[in-house]
Ligand binder design. Structure first.
Ligand SMILES: Cc1cc2nc3c(=O)[nH]c(=O)nc-3n(C[C@H](O)[C@H](O)[C@H](O)COP(=O)(O)O)c2cc1C
Length: 186
């Protein structure tokens, strides 16, 4: 399984770390892009830096470098997850800017009809955010808001992140038992 993870400068870096850990455990080949804005937020919110992601199954790219294999439609991958997705990056993808690696690879994912999962984090949402999300959904992306449920009674932040990771793994067709299925009440 080849997956691209793009971490952008929105709050919610823990979601990216949790997804990364799960995909690593699953033996995925990972291609990781972290924006400059995301690096500071990652450190601030989770205490980890880019070094955390350096593993033998992981290739890491600069967002400013378009001269890499993943920027081409000839590089085949199973899915791309933008997590958390800032409204800035979401807007660039929705409008086809392709002026950095994340927006270019997302553009490729859409044109090649590959799975593109966008995990937006902002609240409240303005007209432009909503319009961009609708555009992306119509273009074939999955909009999967960082909007955890609470019926599984999360005990900590990791439990909250687990819910979002489970939803993303479902979208990537990866079996998982991170969250028990919703059980009907008597
Ligand atoms: C501490 C911090 C938290 C932020 N949280 C968010 C957020 O939750 N959602 C968002 O859309 N932008 C957020 N921003 C603003 C983005 O980082 C900013 O728009 C940036 O240009 C996004 O660029 P990037 O997508 O290339 O990382 C935050 C910025 C900072 C400094």
């Amino acid at each position: 399984m080849k997956t691209i993870i793009a971490i952008t400068g929105a709050s919610g870096a823990v979601y990216a770390k949790h997804l990364f850990d799960c995909l690593c455990k699953n033996g995925a080949e990972l291609h990781l892009i972290i924006t400059e804005n995301a690096k500071g937020i990652l450190k601030d919110e989770t205490g980890i830096d880019e070094g955390y992601f350096k593993r033998k199954n992981v290739s890491i790219y600069e967002n400013s470098n378009l001269n890499v294999k993943i920027a081409s439609g000839s590089f085949r991958f199973d899915g791309m997850v933008v997590i958390p997705a800032s409204m800035g990056t979401l807007g660039r993808i929705a409008n086809g800017y392709s002026n950095n690696l994340i927006s270019r690879v997302a553009d490729v994912a859409l044109k090649e009809r590959r799975k593109l999962i966008i995990v937006p984090r902002e609240t409240p949402l303005n007209y432009i955010h909503l319009k961009n999300m609708l555009t992306l959904s119509r273009a074939g992306a999955v909009i999967l808001p960082a909007s955890p449920a609470f019926y599984h009674k999360p005990k900590d932040i990791d439990d909250i992140a687990r819910f979002i990771t489970a939803r993303i793994l479902n979208q990537l067709d990866i079996d998982n038992d991170l969250i028990p299925p919703y059980a009907e009440k008597d």
